[in-house]
Design a protein around this ligand. Sequence first.
Ligand code: SAH
Length: 340
Amino acid sequence: MKNEVKSFIDFSSSEIHKALSECGADSYRLNQINDWIYSKYVQKWEDMANLPKDLLMKLSTLAPLHPLEEINCSGLGSDPTQKFLFLTSKKNKIESVLMRQGSRVTVCISSQSGCAVDCDFCATASMGFKQNLSTGEIVDQVLQLSNRSSLKITNVVFMGMGEPFLNYQKVVEAAKIMNEKMNLGSRRITISTAGIVSKIYQMADDKLPFKLAVSLNAPNDEIRKVIMPLTITNPINELLKAAEYYYNKLRRFITFEYVLLENVNSDEKCARQLIHLLKNIPCKVNLIPYNEIESEYKRPSNISINNFERILKEAPFTTTVRWSKGTNIDAGCGQLAVRV
Ligand code: SAH
């Protein structure tokens, strides 16, 4: 049996109020505590300098502050990309990536340890599924990376390990905390899904203000089924219907991600099919040249990548290419997998 301890950051608001009253603290102390956690990113109870020592002592015996324990960091402090390895309360491993690009500081966070979706080209799939992260474990990745970098995080993307829509409620709660308590604009938080159709409808019905990205990765079901088996239950025509529903309800563009794999989905015919498929959908397309992992797949040459992009420029939607950062430390998209 794994020994799991609930941290303060994972407390519900009623648990927080109970804890504070047990410690005999006045309610205004909560604002101070929240300021230390969500604006100053302190790591330990004893660092909350304007709180009475005896209160901090009581709180620290009640619960640890953070749910995640950092066990490794790759990439030097001066590197624009750093990858962090954490242990969850259930003692599973997750990774988070910090990327600096001028004044933009993006963190790529995990929503699960491992993943159950089994995309053929993604390293996380090889870990299998370990656990859904708690709300606190999701938020804590941003808090700890803020603390470690001493930088103001400007963007958060749910593109680390796991399928966010298979942990929908915790992901949404965590995104709301980042928005409300950490002051991160809702349009600076992107949730990326492998394409769980029912949850695209739910995100639209819930009128969530966050950005939505959908990993399309193929211009037809035939190719998509081979690289993303979830296509069998979430076919492209259903995905596109959900995308239209989402747009009609929220008037916001979806970004379709498209991983470019040599000899699979990156030739001219695929580019033209993709234009045809998406020409009537209000969307953007983000091409991601494949980051090689131990698999049969290869990254297309830069000439093929540029050619694919050039053809898509003829489409009515905007296309960008994501030249992944951090592939030298296996921190690029889809390279997150804890070797077991
Ligand atoms: N499960 C979610 C989020 C994690 S993957 C999703 O599928 O969207 C984040 C993005 O990285 C997805 O668009 C995915 O298609 C892409 N990706 C996965 N493996 C990759 C690899 N090896 N190289 C480049 N992109 C990859």
